[in-house]
Design a protein around this ligand. Sequence first.
Ligand SMILES: [Zn+2]
Length: 228
Amino acid sequence: MRARVLVTTRAGGRSAPPYDENNLATHVGDDPDAVAANRRRLAGQLGVDGVRFMAQVHGADVAVVDAATRDDPADVDALVTQAPGLAVAVLVADCVPVALVAGTAVAVVHAGRRGVVDGVVAAAVDAVRRLDSGPVVATVGPAICGRCYEVPAAMQDEVVAAVPAAKATTAAGTPGLDLPAAVRSQLADAGVEVPAQPGICTREDPRFYSHRRDGVTGRFAMVAMLSP
Ligand SMILES: [Zn+2]
């Protein structure tokens, strides 16, 4: 089965500042009508009736959804589906969005600092493999880079103890975290293929929302679906 993976940008939606323009999140204080319009526009671009989001909690739980799933799953940070034409989406603004594609299953994952430590990436890979025993290919989307993500030294120590690849030094020479590198190492450890991709930093690239750069702001999406 063919799969599609895409990342939205800020451009082209109905949201007013500071959520301009294409905010897809309902939990950040934006006008619900604008978010609904932006979500309809995304579904239209994908050629589907609707896109399945989730109420993310920085945890490591995974939900499997199908065409009969009516509500967005709560308290999960990964969505898996085998339903052709059902788009699943993760919302981010600096955290790492990941898409997993297997032959008959796709997943999206929300991997922030907490999720990286708690193993959400491996949990999502396991969930995909329970449904499809073939190779899994990952796409790591735009996220804050190690030069931009400054954290207290104790926090860096905690994350690096769990995932050594997370260690970074910021442009200011202070302790940092490279979450995209951490996620890539976790994917490699799980035996997932991660094609070389240019790393896009959300804080440096104004096409994307960045919580670190903007504070109150919107969320963009990484979406995965099996072609109908
Ligand atoms: Zn950066």
